[in-house]
Design a protein around this ligand. Structure first.
Ligand code: NAI
Ligand code: MG
Length: 336
């Protein structure tokens, strides 16, 4: 069976890491076809907009997109393409795995944490932000809905169950933010009762930060609201060696977009030395989502083996290889 996905080649190092990733996907024989769509600087130059309607239509048609990083031009009042995509498709779950790999400069080994962040509400509303005329007083609004909490917590438990995970930790600040974080915590407690096979744990966000830095092995799946999830998922990426190995997926009921967490790295673009791991790990998560978990695992195993061998990896990982030599090593390994 063949499935078509929308592919955004991206800006800066985007096309280089996407080529490497598609080579590995092709070597796996996933039965995927690609429809390339324009976004970012390429779209701005050709069509005068960062995110053309045709791109949104193609993503909607295939419901799955694999996306390289895009440059959001500074100035000119452009709103972030990622935020636009999230809003347009109501991509309510931002899923960020942090996995230890060998051969990195990470502080910890044996970490395998997935952060599930609510992606549409909480403290990240565009409305309700005010600044008084004299510039002395600013305020903003937090909005939490039962529906929003329900779907994110349920997503986390369903994902935990499908991936054979043992524990879900709900991270909150309900002791201070009694209404908003309190609603999230209450919903999490209710839903947890429906999943007796999965251990449920609740933890206040500041304590969570300390625990993550001191004993990260105790965490499995973390589910939390928008602001806390944004911060905690970067913290977790730092525990396993930084953004070069951090994939992220944005999941909604109608569409899902898989990407690397890092940006377009203009400082190394065109030099052929970008590390393709984060986008490859995003592609592995996409294969899981498409019901091809065995192939997703083959990508992660190939990355693990290549990093352990160390010979053909990119300079950011301490290797002397290139994007292409890294991809060559992965293609050989996934073909087995
Ligand atoms: P960045 O993540 O692009 O780069 C930060 C540093 O990490 C740079 O030194 C870069 O060379 C290095 N780096 C990043 N990815 C790498 C990789 N795969 N291999 C080796 N080194 C890598 O962040 P920065 O510089 O803040 O942003 C650059 C542009 O990217 C901006 O226009 C920003 O708007 C955009 N951006 C896009 C994102 C997306 O589309 N998801 C996310 C973050 C930033
Ligand atoms: Mg962030």
């Amino acid at each position: 069976m063949s499935k078509t996905i929308a592919v955004i080649r991206g800006d800066g190092i985007g096309p280089e890491i996407m080529n490497a990733t598609l080579r590995v996907l092709d070597a796996l024989d996933c039965g995927l076809d690609y429809e390339f769509v324009e976004a970012g600087m390429e779209a701005l130059e050709k069509h005068g907009e960062l995110l053309p309607a045709a791109t949104l239509d193609t993503i909607a048609k295939h419901s799955i997109a694999l996306k390289s990083p895009l440059t959001t031009p500074v100035g000119g009042g452009f709103s972030s393409i990622n935020v636009q995509l999230r809003r347009h498709f109501d991509l309510y779950a931002n899923v960020r795995p942090a996995i230890s790999f060998p051969g990195t400069k990470a502080r910890f080994e044996n970490i395998d944490i997935i952060t599930v962040r609510e992606n549409t509400e909480g403290a990240y509303l565009s409305e309700g932000q005010t600044l008084s005329e004299d510039g002395e007083t600013a305020s903003s609004m937090i909005r939490t809905t039962r529906r929003g909490c329900n779907r994110i917590v349920r997503y986390a438990f369903e994902m935990a169950r499908s991936k054979g995970r043992k524990k879900v930790t709900a991270v909150h600040k309900a002791n201070i933010m009694k209404t908003t974080s309190g609603l999230f915590l209450n919903v999490a407690r209710e839903i947890a009762k429906e999943y007796p096979d999965i251990e449920f744990n609740e933890l206040i966000v500041d304590n969570t930060c300390m625990q993550l830095v001191m004993r990260p092995e105790q965490f499995d799946v973390i589910v939390t609201t928008n602001l806390f999830g944004d911060i905690l998922s970067d913290l977790c990426a730092g525990l396993v060696g930084g953004l070069g190995l951090a994939p992220g997926s944005n999941i909604g009921a109608e569409a899902a977009i898989f990407e690397a967490v890092h940006g377009s790295a203009p400082d190394i673009a065109g030099k052929g030395v970008a590390n393709p791991c984060a986008l490859l790990l995003a592609a592995a998560d996409m294969l899981d989502h498409l019901g091809m978990a065995e192939k997703g695992t083959r990508i992660r195993t190939a990355i693990r083996e290549t990093l352990a061998a160390g010979d053909r990896t990119t300079p950011d990982l301490g290797g002397s290889g290139t994007t292409d030599s890294f991809a060559d090593a992965l293609v050989e390994r996934v073909k087995g």
